[in-house]
Design a protein around this ligand. Structure first.
Ligand code: FMN
Length: 177
């Protein structure tokens, strides 16, 4: 079977982040033919349109990873009813990129009460012409669970929800090729 490359980004820079944990768990849970690359957004400079034509190594890496991927997985915390600053910053850098439009997107919400950030994220992604794959969007109650990526992988119920959603994501990508 042809290998599928997927880029996954966490909107949290926190060491013990649930959003990063779920992204790392997805990498472990992914089927053999799917390679999940965990991208880095914490080293991007603050977005400045004046710098869009500069060669910025962290941005070049992110764009290259996005170009090489057939889909994008996003997990973000909610801060003050919006998405995280680091994720918004990364998305702002990608607004005028050729790699982003029509990219299939899976959303993982690690806190079901955080509905504002999800609505905000959907608005931003839709404006950027991303293609949110609804069957692949999941809400998993990780807040206060104490689970790290291994804990998520070993939690049968959570792992199963992630795997079912990720399969729907990969099936959608392959069907649309
Ligand atoms: C400054 C700050 C603001 C927050 N605002 C909200 C909020 O508006 N709504 C919410 O549901 N959670 C809010 N939270 C809780 C975070 O979304 C939650 O701790 C989340 O797990 C952080 O993600 P992480 O574990 O991936 O770092 C806030 C946390 C912080 C530190």
């Amino acid at each position: 079977m042809e290998t599928l490359n997927v880029l996954a980004l966490s909107g949290s820079l926190r060491k013990n982040s649930y959003n990063s944990a779920v992204i790392n768990a997805l990498k472990i849970l992914a089927p053999d033919h799917v390679e999940v690359e965990v991208g880095e957004i914490g080293d991007l400079p603050l977005f400045n349109p004046d710098r869009e034509n500069e060669k910025i190594a962290s941005l070049e890496n992110l764009k290259a990873a996005l170009k090489a991927s057939s889909g994008l997985v996003l997990a973000t915390p909610e801060y003050a009813h919006g998405i995280s600053g680091p994720l918004k910053n990364a998305l702002d850098w990608l607004v005028s990129s050729l790699e982003f439009p029509y990219k299939p997107i899976m959303l993982i919400n690690t806190s079901p009460r955080a509905s504002h950030a999800q609505a905000h994220l959907r608005e931003v992604l839709t404006t950027m012409s991303g293609r949110i794959v609804e069957e692949a969007c999941v809400s998993i109650p990780l807040l206060s669970s104490g689970l790290d990526s291994d804990g998520i992988v070993n939690d049968k119920d959570i792992a199963s929800v992630l795997q079912v959603a990720f399969k729907a994501f990969c099936d959608d990508i392959q069907a649309c090729r």
